[in-house]
Design a protein around this ligand. Structure first.
Ligand SMILES: [Ca+2]
Length: 352
Protein backbone atom coordinates (compact mmCIF):
# COMPACT_ATOMS: atom_id res chain seq x y z
CA UNK A 1 0.00 0.00 0.00
CA UNK A 2 1.47 3.32 -0.98
CA UNK A 3 1.45 6.54 0.98
CA UNK A 4 -1.35 8.12 -0.96
CA UNK A 5 -3.62 5.19 -0.45
CA UNK A 6 -2.80 5.00 3.19
CA UNK A 7 -3.57 8.68 3.54
CA UNK A 8 -6.80 8.37 1.68
CA UNK A 9 -8.11 5.36 3.43
CA UNK A 10 -7.02 6.64 6.79
CA UNK A 11 -8.93 9.79 5.99
CA UNK A 12 -11.80 7.81 4.57
CA UNK A 13 -11.84 5.68 7.65
CA UNK A 14 -11.89 8.71 9.86
CA UNK A 15 -14.61 10.34 7.85
CA UNK A 16 -16.76 7.27 7.52
CA UNK A 17 -15.88 5.68 10.83
CA UNK A 18 -15.74 2.62 8.68
CA UNK A 19 -13.57 0.46 10.83
CA UNK A 20 -13.87 -2.48 13.12
CA UNK A 21 -16.88 -4.62 12.42
CA UNK A 22 -18.76 -2.29 10.11
CA UNK A 23 -17.82 -3.64 6.73
CA UNK A 24 -17.29 -7.25 7.70
CA UNK A 25 -20.88 -7.16 8.82
CA UNK A 26 -21.97 -5.89 5.43
CA UNK A 27 -19.91 -8.48 3.66
CA UNK A 28 -21.13 -11.26 5.84
CA UNK A 29 -24.72 -10.32 5.18
CA UNK A 30 -24.04 -10.10 1.47
CA UNK A 31 -26.87 -10.60 -0.91
CA UNK A 32 -29.49 -11.43 1.61
CA UNK A 33 -28.97 -8.33 3.68
CA UNK A 34 -28.93 -5.97 0.78
CA UNK A 35 -31.93 -7.53 -0.83
CA UNK A 36 -33.93 -6.28 2.09
CA UNK A 37 -33.05 -2.76 1.04
CA UNK A 38 -33.78 -3.19 -2.62
CA UNK A 39 -37.08 -1.69 -3.48
CA UNK A 40 -39.93 -3.69 -4.78
CA UNK A 41 -40.31 -1.24 -7.65
CA UNK A 42 -36.75 -1.69 -8.85
CA UNK A 43 -37.03 -1.75 -12.58
CA UNK A 44 -34.76 -1.47 -15.57
CA UNK A 45 -33.36 1.97 -16.09
CA UNK A 46 -35.39 4.80 -17.55
CA UNK A 47 -35.42 5.33 -21.28
CA UNK A 48 -35.47 8.40 -23.44
CA UNK A 49 -39.22 8.10 -23.61
CA UNK A 50 -39.62 8.89 -19.93
CA UNK A 51 -37.01 11.62 -19.89
CA UNK A 52 -38.22 15.11 -19.04
CA UNK A 53 -40.59 16.26 -21.76
CA UNK A 54 -38.85 19.59 -22.12
CA UNK A 55 -35.68 17.82 -23.11
CA UNK A 56 -37.15 14.99 -25.09
CA UNK A 57 -36.59 15.07 -28.82
CA UNK A 58 -36.80 12.52 -31.59
CA UNK A 59 -34.05 9.96 -31.33
CA UNK A 60 -32.51 8.96 -34.62
CA UNK A 61 -30.74 5.67 -34.46
CA UNK A 62 -29.30 5.14 -37.87
CA UNK A 63 -27.38 8.29 -38.66
CA UNK A 64 -24.40 10.02 -37.09
CA UNK A 65 -25.27 12.51 -34.36
CA UNK A 66 -25.46 16.18 -35.13
CA UNK A 67 -24.48 18.59 -32.44
CA UNK A 68 -27.55 20.10 -30.88
CA UNK A 69 -29.93 17.34 -31.82
CA UNK A 70 -30.60 16.49 -28.20
CA UNK A 71 -31.55 13.08 -26.90
CA UNK A 72 -29.95 10.19 -28.64
CA UNK A 73 -29.73 6.46 -27.99
CA UNK A 74 -26.68 4.50 -29.05
CA UNK A 75 -26.19 0.87 -30.04
CA UNK A 76 -26.04 -0.26 -26.40
CA UNK A 77 -29.24 1.55 -25.43
CA UNK A 78 -27.33 4.28 -23.63
CA UNK A 79 -29.17 7.60 -23.77
CA UNK A 80 -27.34 10.89 -24.31
CA UNK A 81 -28.29 14.51 -23.81
CA UNK A 82 -26.58 17.90 -24.16
CA UNK A 83 -25.47 19.05 -20.75
CA UNK A 84 -25.40 21.85 -21.73
CA UNK A 85 -22.86 21.89 -24.57
CA UNK A 86 -24.64 20.57 -27.67
CA UNK A 87 -21.30 19.38 -29.05
CA UNK A 88 -20.72 17.03 -26.13
CA UNK A 89 -23.61 14.76 -25.23
CA UNK A 90 -23.56 13.22 -21.77
CA UNK A 91 -24.81 9.76 -21.02
CA UNK A 92 -27.77 10.34 -18.75
CA UNK A 93 -26.65 7.30 -16.72
CA UNK A 94 -23.45 6.01 -15.36
CA UNK A 95 -22.19 3.13 -17.49
CA UNK A 96 -24.23 0.11 -16.51
CA UNK A 97 -23.27 -3.48 -15.95
CA UNK A 98 -25.20 -4.38 -19.08
CA UNK A 99 -23.21 -1.89 -21.16
CA UNK A 100 -19.87 -3.06 -19.86
CA UNK A 101 -20.86 -6.68 -20.35
CA UNK A 102 -21.20 -6.16 -24.12
CA UNK A 103 -17.74 -4.63 -24.22
CA UNK A 104 -16.28 -7.36 -22.04
CA UNK A 105 -17.67 -10.09 -24.25
CA UNK A 106 -16.54 -8.38 -27.44
CA UNK A 107 -12.94 -7.87 -26.38
CA UNK A 108 -12.68 -10.88 -24.08
CA UNK A 109 -12.00 -8.47 -21.28
CA UNK A 110 -10.05 -9.91 -18.42
CA UNK A 111 -9.21 -7.60 -15.60
CA UNK A 112 -5.84 -8.20 -14.02
CA UNK A 113 -5.74 -8.78 -10.31
CA UNK A 114 -7.70 -5.92 -8.79
CA UNK A 115 -5.66 -3.20 -7.23
CA UNK A 116 -7.98 -2.65 -4.34
CA UNK A 117 -6.01 -0.99 -1.62
CA UNK A 118 -8.71 -0.78 0.96
CA UNK A 119 -8.37 -3.82 3.13
CA UNK A 120 -12.08 -4.51 3.24
CA UNK A 121 -12.35 -4.85 -0.52
CA UNK A 122 -9.10 -6.67 -1.20
CA UNK A 123 -10.04 -9.92 -2.72
CA UNK A 124 -8.92 -11.70 -5.82
CA UNK A 125 -12.48 -12.92 -6.22
CA UNK A 126 -14.08 -9.52 -6.55
CA UNK A 127 -14.34 -7.83 -9.91
CA UNK A 128 -16.89 -6.02 -12.06
CA UNK A 129 -19.02 -9.15 -12.34
CA UNK A 130 -18.69 -10.05 -8.68
CA UNK A 131 -18.44 -6.80 -6.71
CA UNK A 132 -19.38 -8.37 -3.41
CA UNK A 133 -22.93 -7.06 -3.31
CA UNK A 134 -26.03 -7.53 -5.44
CA UNK A 135 -26.34 -5.75 -8.73
CA UNK A 136 -28.70 -6.16 -11.64
CA UNK A 137 -27.76 -5.23 -15.21
CA UNK A 138 -29.06 -1.67 -14.77
CA UNK A 139 -26.72 -0.90 -11.87
CA UNK A 140 -23.55 1.08 -12.59
CA UNK A 141 -20.55 -1.11 -13.22
CA UNK A 142 -17.86 -0.93 -10.52
CA UNK A 143 -14.34 -2.32 -10.20
CA UNK A 144 -13.40 -0.55 -13.42
CA UNK A 145 -10.24 1.50 -13.65
CA UNK A 146 -9.73 4.72 -15.55
CA UNK A 147 -7.82 2.67 -18.09
CA UNK A 148 -10.72 0.22 -18.42
CA UNK A 149 -13.09 3.13 -18.94
CA UNK A 150 -10.90 4.60 -21.65
CA UNK A 151 -10.71 1.23 -23.34
CA UNK A 152 -14.50 0.94 -23.25
CA UNK A 153 -14.80 4.33 -24.96
CA UNK A 154 -12.31 3.42 -27.67
CA UNK A 155 -14.05 0.13 -28.36
CA UNK A 156 -17.49 1.74 -28.57
CA UNK A 157 -16.20 4.46 -30.87
CA UNK A 158 -14.69 1.93 -33.26
CA UNK A 159 -17.82 -0.21 -33.12
CA UNK A 160 -20.18 2.61 -33.99
CA UNK A 161 -17.91 4.18 -36.57
CA UNK A 162 -17.67 0.82 -38.31
CA UNK A 163 -21.45 0.55 -38.29
CA UNK A 164 -21.90 4.05 -39.68
CA UNK A 165 -23.49 5.36 -36.53
CA UNK A 166 -20.64 7.78 -35.91
CA UNK A 167 -18.56 9.77 -38.30
CA UNK A 168 -14.81 9.49 -38.09
CA UNK A 169 -14.42 12.71 -36.10
CA UNK A 170 -17.01 11.68 -33.53
CA UNK A 171 -16.07 9.62 -30.52
CA UNK A 172 -16.92 8.45 -27.06
CA UNK A 173 -14.66 9.50 -24.22
CA UNK A 174 -14.70 10.36 -20.56
CA UNK A 175 -15.89 13.84 -19.67
CA UNK A 176 -13.31 16.42 -18.79
CA UNK A 177 -13.38 17.82 -15.30
CA UNK A 178 -14.69 21.12 -16.69
CA UNK A 179 -17.44 19.42 -18.66
CA UNK A 180 -18.48 17.49 -15.60
CA UNK A 181 -18.70 20.73 -13.64
CA UNK A 182 -20.86 22.28 -16.34
CA UNK A 183 -23.17 19.29 -16.31
CA UNK A 184 -23.50 19.40 -12.52
CA UNK A 185 -24.32 23.10 -12.54
CA UNK A 186 -23.48 25.84 -10.12
CA UNK A 187 -25.41 24.47 -7.17
CA UNK A 188 -23.44 23.79 -4.04
CA UNK A 189 -24.63 20.19 -4.02
CA UNK A 190 -25.76 18.11 -6.99
CA UNK A 191 -29.33 18.22 -5.74
CA UNK A 192 -29.30 21.98 -5.16
CA UNK A 193 -30.66 22.85 -8.58
CA UNK A 194 -33.17 20.05 -9.04
CA UNK A 195 -34.69 19.95 -5.59
CA UNK A 196 -35.37 23.23 -3.76
CA UNK A 197 -33.27 23.89 -0.67
CA UNK A 198 -35.03 24.01 2.64
CA UNK A 199 -36.34 27.37 3.81
CA UNK A 200 -34.64 28.69 6.90
CA UNK A 201 -35.90 30.92 9.64
CA UNK A 202 -35.16 34.63 9.73
CA UNK A 203 -33.00 34.11 12.78
CA UNK A 204 -30.76 31.84 10.76
CA UNK A 205 -30.63 34.03 7.69
CA UNK A 206 -27.73 36.15 8.94
CA UNK A 207 -25.71 33.05 9.71
CA UNK A 208 -26.45 31.71 6.28
CA UNK A 209 -25.36 34.95 4.63
CA UNK A 210 -22.09 34.61 6.44
CA UNK A 211 -21.81 31.04 5.25
CA UNK A 212 -21.62 29.80 8.81
CA UNK A 213 -24.44 27.32 8.50
CA UNK A 214 -25.36 27.41 4.85
CA UNK A 215 -25.65 23.64 4.90
CA UNK A 216 -28.74 23.92 7.05
CA UNK A 217 -30.63 24.56 3.84
CA UNK A 218 -29.32 21.44 2.12
CA UNK A 219 -29.24 18.78 4.86
CA UNK A 220 -30.67 16.35 5.16
CA UNK A 221 -30.89 16.11 1.37
CA UNK A 222 -34.46 16.04 0.04
CA UNK A 223 -35.97 12.71 -0.92
CA UNK A 224 -34.70 11.49 -4.27
CA UNK A 225 -31.44 13.43 -4.08
CA UNK A 226 -29.35 10.38 -4.87
CA UNK A 227 -27.69 7.27 -3.54
CA UNK A 228 -25.43 8.22 -0.65
CA UNK A 229 -24.62 6.62 2.68
CA UNK A 230 -28.02 7.22 4.17
CA UNK A 231 -29.49 5.96 7.38
CA UNK A 232 -30.00 2.58 5.73
CA UNK A 233 -26.48 1.86 7.01
CA UNK A 234 -27.50 2.44 10.57
CA UNK A 235 -29.69 -0.63 10.47
CA UNK A 236 -26.49 -2.62 10.36
CA UNK A 237 -24.07 -0.51 12.35
CA UNK A 238 -25.01 2.55 14.35
CA UNK A 239 -21.37 3.70 14.47
CA UNK A 240 -21.22 4.12 10.72
CA UNK A 241 -21.35 7.78 9.79
CA UNK A 242 -24.40 8.23 7.61
CA UNK A 243 -26.52 11.15 6.46
CA UNK A 244 -28.74 12.03 9.36
CA UNK A 245 -32.37 12.21 8.35
CA UNK A 246 -31.82 10.86 4.83
CA UNK A 247 -32.45 7.39 3.53
CA UNK A 248 -32.40 6.20 -0.05
CA UNK A 249 -33.04 2.51 0.38
CA UNK A 250 -29.80 1.20 -1.11
CA UNK A 251 -26.86 -0.09 0.85
CA UNK A 252 -24.63 -0.16 -2.20
CA UNK A 253 -25.29 0.72 -5.85
CA UNK A 254 -28.75 1.49 -7.22
CA UNK A 255 -30.17 1.11 -10.73
CA UNK A 256 -29.58 3.86 -13.28
CA UNK A 257 -32.43 6.33 -13.50
CA UNK A 258 -33.86 5.61 -10.08
CA UNK A 259 -33.25 9.04 -8.53
CA UNK A 260 -34.22 12.52 -9.64
CA UNK A 261 -32.54 13.70 -12.83
CA UNK A 262 -30.93 17.12 -12.91
CA UNK A 263 -32.06 19.91 -15.22
CA UNK A 264 -30.11 18.39 -18.10
CA UNK A 265 -31.80 15.04 -17.58
CA UNK A 266 -28.70 13.44 -16.04
CA UNK A 267 -29.14 10.91 -13.25
CA UNK A 268 -26.71 10.12 -10.43
CA UNK A 269 -24.24 12.91 -11.11
CA UNK A 270 -24.22 12.98 -7.35
CA UNK A 271 -23.94 9.64 -5.58
CA UNK A 272 -24.16 6.00 -6.63
CA UNK A 273 -20.55 5.70 -7.90
CA UNK A 274 -17.61 8.05 -8.30
CA UNK A 275 -17.11 8.91 -11.97
CA UNK A 276 -13.73 8.98 -13.71
CA UNK A 277 -12.87 12.11 -15.68
CA UNK A 278 -10.18 12.60 -18.31
CA UNK A 279 -8.03 14.96 -16.30
CA UNK A 280 -5.03 14.47 -14.10
CA UNK A 281 -5.75 15.55 -10.55
CA UNK A 282 -3.73 18.46 -9.23
CA UNK A 283 -4.13 20.22 -5.95
CA UNK A 284 -5.07 23.53 -7.57
CA UNK A 285 -8.45 21.90 -8.24
CA UNK A 286 -9.06 22.00 -4.51
CA UNK A 287 -10.82 25.19 -3.51
CA UNK A 288 -9.54 27.07 -0.48
CA UNK A 289 -12.75 26.30 1.35
CA UNK A 290 -12.50 22.58 0.69
CA UNK A 291 -8.78 22.59 1.47
CA UNK A 292 -9.57 23.41 5.06
CA UNK A 293 -12.09 20.56 5.23
CA UNK A 294 -10.11 18.00 3.20
CA UNK A 295 -6.43 18.82 3.79
CA UNK A 296 -5.25 15.43 2.53
CA UNK A 297 -6.54 16.34 -0.91
CA UNK A 298 -3.38 18.41 -1.39
CA UNK A 299 -1.48 15.15 -1.83
CA UNK A 300 -1.67 15.18 -5.60
CA UNK A 301 1.47 13.18 -6.32
CA UNK A 302 2.91 16.01 -8.37
CA UNK A 303 -0.13 16.51 -10.56
CA UNK A 304 0.30 13.63 -13.02
CA UNK A 305 -0.23 10.65 -10.78
CA UNK A 306 -3.96 10.45 -10.17
CA UNK A 307 -7.02 10.86 -12.34
CA UNK A 308 -9.98 12.96 -11.28
CA UNK A 309 -13.13 11.42 -9.87
CA UNK A 310 -16.33 13.38 -9.39
CA UNK A 311 -19.72 13.02 -7.78
CA UNK A 312 -19.24 10.92 -4.62
CA UNK A 313 -20.81 7.52 -4.08
CA UNK A 314 -23.09 5.22 -2.11
CA UNK A 315 -20.34 5.10 0.50
CA UNK A 316 -20.12 8.82 1.18
CA UNK A 317 -21.84 11.07 3.68
CA UNK A 318 -19.31 13.79 4.48
CA UNK A 319 -20.91 17.07 3.28
CA UNK A 320 -17.58 18.35 1.97
CA UNK A 321 -17.20 15.27 -0.22
CA UNK A 322 -20.80 15.51 -1.44
CA UNK A 323 -20.30 19.04 -2.75
CA UNK A 324 -20.55 19.56 -6.50
CA UNK A 325 -17.12 21.18 -6.60
CA UNK A 326 -15.35 18.39 -4.74
CA UNK A 327 -12.91 16.18 -6.61
CA UNK A 328 -11.56 12.90 -5.53
CA UNK A 329 -8.65 11.16 -7.23
CA UNK A 330 -7.14 7.76 -7.71
CA UNK A 331 -4.48 5.90 -9.62
CA UNK A 332 -5.63 5.28 -13.19
CA UNK A 333 -5.29 1.52 -12.77
CA UNK A 334 -7.16 1.28 -9.50
CA UNK A 335 -10.46 -0.57 -9.27
CA UNK A 336 -12.85 -0.33 -6.38
CA UNK A 337 -16.40 -1.04 -5.36
CA UNK A 338 -17.60 2.56 -5.39
CA UNK A 339 -15.89 3.77 -8.57
CA UNK A 340 -17.46 3.64 -12.02
CA UNK A 341 -17.67 5.98 -14.99
CA UNK A 342 -19.92 7.96 -17.29
CA UNK A 343 -19.15 8.55 -20.95
CA UNK A 344 -19.79 11.46 -23.24
CA UNK A 345 -20.36 11.42 -26.98
CA UNK A 346 -18.15 14.07 -28.52
CA UNK A 347 -19.96 15.12 -31.67
CA UNK A 348 -16.93 16.99 -32.89
CA UNK A 349 -16.80 20.16 -34.83
CA UNK A 350 -19.66 21.13 -37.08
CA UNK A 351 -17.02 21.67 -39.73
CA UNK A 352 -16.80 18.13 -41.02
CA1 LIG B 1 -27.53 4.54 -0.08
Amino acid sequence: MNLKSIVFYAEKGRIMKRSGAAFPVLLALGWGANQAFLRADETPAATASNAPASLAAPVRLSSPPDAGRGWRTNSLGMVFAPAPNPQVLFSIWETRVQDFAVFAAAVNFTAPDPIAVRSDVRSSERDWRHPGFPQNPAHPVVFVSWEDARRFCEWLTQKEQAAGRLETHQRYRLPTDAEWSQAAGAGKYPWSEMLPPRAISVSNAAATRSGADDDRRFFPPPAGAGNYAGTEFRALDTSFRSLKGYTDGYLQTSPAGHFTANRHGLCDLGGNVWEWCEDWYHKEMLTKELESKLPFYNEDGGGKTFRVLRGASWLDSNPAILRSDCRFFEFPDLRNDNIGFRVVLDCGSLQK
